[in-house]
Design a protein around this ligand. Structure first.
Ligand SMILES: NC(=O)c1ccc[n+]([C@@H]2O[C@H](COP(=O)([O-])OP(=O)(O)OC[C@H]3O[C@@H](n4cnc5c(N)ncnc54)[C@H](OP(=O)(O)O)[C@@H]3O)[C@@H](O)[C@H]2O)c1
Length: 337
């Protein structure tokens, strides 16, 4: 590495012993110009093209861990925020900060100096979650983060049948209200969500009728989130699988993979509520379970998109490719009677 001293035109460039690694940061997260004092009378000015720090929240979660691993492989500056640092992935060069959306004071350090942040939606009751996400967005605004990527849900709308989709819609509004540049990734329902929807007899009941959904794998959702965080495009994008499947299709495709007959049994909304209320005293949890199927029935998740291909350069995996790549995921379905 050569440094050009600015004192006189004829000063010889200075060869520095490699490797030279200097790091500096400021609250804007980007140092564009700095001076290095070699000796009292020699000052060199160095222009830094870009120093980036990417933040991923909820680092112990599945999507966050996978996205972080992919970005660490690209040697990008990475900070992981989590409520449980001991469960965060151990990745070379990644900083780990403790942070919880529910405790705003924990967020300022995590967001300081960050150029782009992936806010992974957290857990909580419908209504509460949007407030948690607002805490994260406001911390990003205080830290003047250059770009926020938010993991939302396909079909997010104030009128969705699924309570969490209404919550994501409100979260998106809170993000827009910060005025920060942002990208919203609206993930389709994960294919993985079906793994615990079949009962011991191999039947999945629910009021989704014959409507299809463009369900996506967690792997493709994580790959897309990583690619988008590294080079945020702005806008709102549905992140879907390659094809839209009915729940009967899902049962057939699982059956072929595990060699056991699974079935989808459509039922009315009223029947689903009655059945689930007998097992679940918390009415809001019943609303979530039934609303998940109702959103599919209403066609809120039926459209496929080319988002995965567009941002990752690879088509999303189809149903069989995904579960063959992660066969352990199928274990709960094999265990039924
Ligand atoms: N599209 C779908 O079908 C679907 C299905 C399930 C979930 N989701 C949403 O997608 C997100 C990512 O999915 P996933 O599979 O990675 O979920 P996951 O493995 O269950 O991880 C949950 C994540 O939420 C974070 N979190 C929870 N409460 C938080 C809080 N108060 N402050 C900060 N972070 C908090 C956790 O972070 P730490 O524990 O590290 O702090 C963790 O990363 C989920 O959190 C959920 O919002 C979507």
């Amino acid at each position: 590495m050569w440094l050009r001293p600015l004192c006189h035109r004829d000063c010889a460039p200075l060869r520095l012993g490699a490797p030279l690694q200097l790091t500096a940061s400021c609250r804007e997260g980007r140092v564009s110009r700095c001076e290095i004092f070699l000796e009292p009378d020699i000052v060199v000015t160095v222009s830094v093209i870009e120093v980036r720090m990417l933040l991923i929240t909820g680092a112990s979660g599945r999507i966050a861990q996978r996205a972080a691993t992919l970005l660490a492989q690209r040697k990008l500056g990475l900070r992981l925020m989590t409520r449980t640092p001991e469960q965060a992935p151990k990745l070379d060069g990644a900083e780990v900060f403790r942070g919880d959306f529910a405790v705003p004071a924990t967020l300022d350090d995590a967001f300081a100096g960050v150029s782009a942040a992936l806010v992974v939606s957290g857990s909580g009751k419908p209504g509460e979650r949007a407030r948690l996400h607002r805490n994260a967005f406001e911390a990003a605004a205080r830290a003047r983060v250059k770009h926020v990527v938010y993991l939302s849900l396909q079909g997010a709308s104030p009128t969705s049948k699924y309570p969490f989709s209404r919550d994501h819609s409100l979260s998106e509004q809170y993000l827009a209200a910060t005025g920060l540049p942002h990208t919203v990734l609206r993930n389709a329902f994960y294919l993985d969500m079906f793994l615990n929807k079949f009962d011991d007899e191999g039947v999945m009941c629910g009021p989704a009728n014959e409507t299809r959904g463009a369900f996506v794998s967690r792997e493709d959702a994580a790959r897309t989130a990583a690619a988008v965080l590294a080079d945020p495009p702005g806008g709102t994008h549905d992140v879907t699988g390659l094809e839209a499947l009915s729940l009967a299709d899902v049962a057939v495709r699982f059956s072929a993979l595990i060699g056991r007959q699974l079935h989808y049994q459509p039922e009315s909304v009223a029947c689903a509520r009655k059945r689930l209320s007998k097992m679940e005293p918390d009415a809001s949890r019943v609303d979530l379970s039934v609303g998940w199927f109702e959103a599919i029935a209403a066609g809120e998740l039926e459209h496929t998109s080319d988002t995965v291909l567009h941002f990752t350069g690879k088509q999303p995996m189809n149903f069989e490719e995904y579960f063959r790549l992660f066969p352990g995921l199928l274990q709960p379905l094999r265990l039924g009677s």
